[in-house]
Design a protein around this ligand. Structure first.
Ligand code: NDP
Length: 225
């Protein structure tokens, strides 16, 4: 199995790549800096391959051809990269430039990458897309705060539902996963270990063919939308 993880140079992305490689999968360890991708891939071992990929980059079209040429296909896409957990602002006075930046990376990034890589994924026998989301995006329990981040992840959840419905007949399983509060640069100190947060992402990336699609999960258990 060949998997691509975005933002795999640190935090949950790096640990997700580590766990997938540990299961013997070939992992494209992508990062927006080539040096960061190479450093992470080197540390993760022989099944990890560095790939420079900025999800907001001007042209993603070469990525599919590069992956096909070097690896022959793609089975799993983990949209992990994200920015702007904006605890410093509230919706009532939010800087909309920050909201736009968050949406650019957290929604349009995954969306563009999915559109680019879907031809490869459709050819896989067991295609999976995991959109790393957050319980902050659960409308059921939503309060105020973190407006840029929350709005971008709500939209990512909507994308997850639409794609799951549209791709179900092709066997592409598409799910959103909240890793829980995890001690990374974004999560800050006090969260749970990165290993535990990544395990739920790996679960969704390696679902069996009769596994769920169009769901929102944490630790393999459904979350309310
Ligand atoms: P980090 O801030 O630790 O890491 C973010 C990663 O995304 C980095 O590798 C960063 O790369 C990368 N990235 C940012 N922008 C881009 C871009 N344009 N192109 C490619 N890569 C990019 O975050 P976490 O590991 O904590 O978060 C991972 C995912 O988990 C995110 O989707 C986040 O929303 C989600 N999540 C995290 C929680 C937590 O408590 N940590 C809770 C709920 C959800 P670079 O090093 O170049 O900046």
């Amino acid at each position: 199995m060949i998997a691509l993880v975005t933002g795999a140079n640190r935090g949950l992305g790096r640990e997700t790549a580590r766990q997938l490689a540990g299961r013997g999968h070939t992992v494209l360890v992508s990062a927006r800096s080539a040096a960061d991708a190479e450093e992470a891939a080197r540390e993760l071992g022989k099944d990890a391959v560095p790939l420079r990929l900025d999800v907001t980059g001007p042209d993603l079209s070469g990525i599919a051809a590069e992956i096909e040429e070097r690896h022959g296909g793609l089975d799993v896409l983990v949209n992990n990269a994200a920015i702007h957990y904006d605890t410093w602002q509230r919706a009532a006075e939010a800087d909309l430039a920050v909201v736009r930046e968050a949406v650019e990376t957290n929604l349009y990034g995954p969306w563009r990458l999915i559109e680019t890589l879907l031809p490869l994924l459709r050819r896989s026998e067991h295609p999976r897309i995991v959109n790393v989301s957050s319980e902050a995006a659960s409308l059921t329990n939503m309060g105020g705060g973190t407006p840029a981040y929350t709005a971008s992840k709500v939209a990512l959840n909507a994308l997850t539902r639409m794609l799951a419905a549209e791709l179900r007949a092709d066997g592409v399983l598409v799910n959103a996963v909240c890793p829980g509060w995890v001690a990374t640069d974004m999560g800050g100190p006090g969260g749970r270990p990165v290993h535990d947060g990544a395990a739920g992402i790996v679960w969704a990336a390696t679902l069996p063919d009769d596994g769920p699609t169009g769901g929102f999960f944490r630790d393999a258990r459904p979350l309310p939308w």
